[in-house]
Design a protein. Structure first.
Length: 186
């Protein structure tokens, strides 16, 4: 039996992920300091606020990605996931962000973005863009999606499935409730 992981390709913004992991790491150090030094209702309140900021850093910087598989394309946005069967995908382009067209609908995917510096260089026509620029990377992802469209687009489809990022939303909700309780107990 063939492994699913060899059939899938995942694309995401490396710089956003690095920044996100740095923010989450600094937040974790702050939480450790609070647990060691500041065990009170005020410390719990501050810990919850830091926890919410860590979850938001994860949601906005680490979570977004584009995953290609033989069955569908999965767009993981900040708070929602779109699972689009290849038979529904009618096109793809990049403006400032990757956009996947499915009939009349356009789904934006912040996992693949253009860096404005690269866009300005391309407009001016000055120095040649390096091979690892965001434009060449986005073009590569567009080419891969178009290849998957032609290869798997004839399969019997399904419907576009939209799901919410439940674990992240639950974590923010729980931390917010605990923060409110801690604020009332101060």
């Amino acid at each position: 039996m063939k492994s699913k992981s060899s059939d899938t390709e995942r694309y995401l913004s490396t710089s956003n992920r690095i920044t996100g992991f740095l923010v989450v790491g600094i937040g974790a150090l702050a939480l450790i300091d609070i647990v060691v030094e500041w065990r009170s209702a005020s410390g719990l309140l501050v810990a919850c606020v830091i926890g919410i900021l860590m979850v938001l850093a994860y949601v906005f910087l680490i979570r977004p990605s584009v995953t290609l598989s033989p069955e569908h394309i999965l767009l993981r946005n900040h708070l929602r996931d779109y699972e689009i069967p290849w038979s529904k995908v009618t096109g793809v382009d990049v403006a400032d962000i990757l956009r996947v067209h499915a009939g009349d609908n356009k789904f934006r995917a912040p996992g693949v973005v253009l860096v404005m510096r690269d866009v300005r260089k391309q407009r001016v026509g000055g120095a040649r863009l390096p091979e690892d620029s965001s434009i060449s990377r986005a073009d590569f992802v567009v080419d891969r999606i178009e290849t998957h469209m032609s290869q798997y687009g004839e399969q019997a489809g399904g419907e576009v499935v939209t799901t919410w990022a439940r674990p992240e939303l639950i974590a923010i909700g729980v931390l917010a409730v605990v923060a409110v309780v801690a604020a009332l107990l101060r």
